[in-house]
Design a protein around this ligand. Structure first.
Ligand code: UDP
Ligand code: MG
Length: 319
């Protein structure tokens, strides 16, 4: 590995007092020479994690702290780190040791070979518990169904991203953000490092079920507009069926004088009428959904395109 570059390591933490110095030690053990700065982001911890970071700051002037005024969530913490960091590339990893620092030399190697985003891909997470594993599998299935772009299996926040990607990331203004899907949206050359998540070294997972649920909903609704169009689709199907059935009833009973002696009652006609009316309402809702989707994408105000590099004009542009 060359040493001509400088890396920022971004570590979001929430109540990790026992883990702060542990993760710092592990990072130093495996990639100390590459690190230009440690960016610890305190996401409103209620314990004394911040003091642990301040202790490190006394020993090592590469240690930086971004101290949130309250808990804004890991997504915001990662974004803050990415906006503040100064390295040629940034590594993001969890504070609890579940993203093993011993693999980071591999990340750096792939980056040096041209990858602009190196993604840690989780192969198994047996210790995560049945509910979480099954939930995560179900979630990915769901993402697959409604997603416009292909989600990555085992995708995590354990990543190295190049300066060019960080610069592009700055232009994203989304508020309900899932950092890793934003980074995926940016494009760029990706490569993968497979890993098995180690058990958390200490403390408890700061992600409550509620937070995870919220993240899942954001992940589903911010990456795809398709759910908005579901009702229109269902409406169209029901409408088609209703019209066909209605035509069949009218023709069979009134034009052909009931050759099959089905004897449709008034209630049957009422049912068809209701079916058709409901489907029209669903279609109307779907049309509203399309307008809503357009408003949403305008309001989100993402950049129109992302360029890896733009050659500057030879003569500086006149003002
Ligand atoms: N975290 C955070 N804010 C939160 C919850 C968690 O910054 O509101 C941090 C946490 O300290 C850890 C990382 O995000 O460094 C992953 O959190 P956790 O281990 O709780 O999640 P899991 O491993 O279950 O994905
Ligand atoms: Mg964890």
């Amino acid at each position: 590995m060359k040493k001509s570059h400088s890396l920022s390591v971004i570590i979001p933490f929430y109540n990790e007092s026992a883990n702060v110095s542990m993760i710092y030690g592990m990072l130093r053990e495996f990639i100390d020479d590459h690190i230009a700065e440690f960016v610890f982001v305190n996401d409103g911890s209620r314990d004394n994690s911040v003091d642990e970071v301040r202790k490190l700051q006394k020993k090592d002037d590469r240690v930086r702290l971004i101290d949130f005024s309250r808990n804004f969530g890991k997504e915001a913490a990662l974004s803050a780190g990415l906006l503040e960091c100064t390295g040629d590339a940034a590594i993001m990893l969890d504070c609890d040791g579940q993203h093993p620092p011993r693999l980071l030399p591999k990340f750096i190697e792939q980056w040096e070979h041209g990858a602009e985003i190196v993604i840690g891909r989780r192969t198994s997470n047996e210790k995560a518990g049945l509910v979480k594993t099954a939930g995560s599998a179900l979630y990915h299935r769901l993402l697959n169904i409604i997603h416009a772009s292909q989600p990555i299996e085992g995708d995590t926040d354990f990543r190295l991203i190049d300066r060019r990607v960080i610069e592009a990331f700055r232009d994203l203004k989304d508020h309900n953000r899932v950092t890793r899907s934003l980074i995926n949206w940016l494009g760029f050359e990706k490569s993968y490092v497979d890993f098995e998540a180690d058990p958390r070294t200490d403390g408890v997972a700061g992600y409550t079920f509620q937070k995870l649920f919220r993240l899942a909903i954001d992940g589903l609704t911010t990456t795809s507009m398709r759910p908005l169009l579901f009702s229109a689709l269902i409406g169209a199907v029901i409408f088609g069926l209703g019209v066909l059935l209605g035509l069949f009833m009218v023709i069979e009973q009134f034009l052909l004088n009931d050759p099959l002696s089905l004897g449709f009652s008034g209630t049957a006609y009422l049912a068809i009428f209701i079916l058709i009316m409901t489907s029209l309402m669903l279609i109307g809702q779907g049309i509203q959904g399309i307008y809503l989707a357009n408003i949403y994408s305008e309001a989100r105000n993402r950049p129109l395109y992302v360029a890896r590099e733009i050659t500057k004009p030879k003569t500086p542009a006149k003002k």
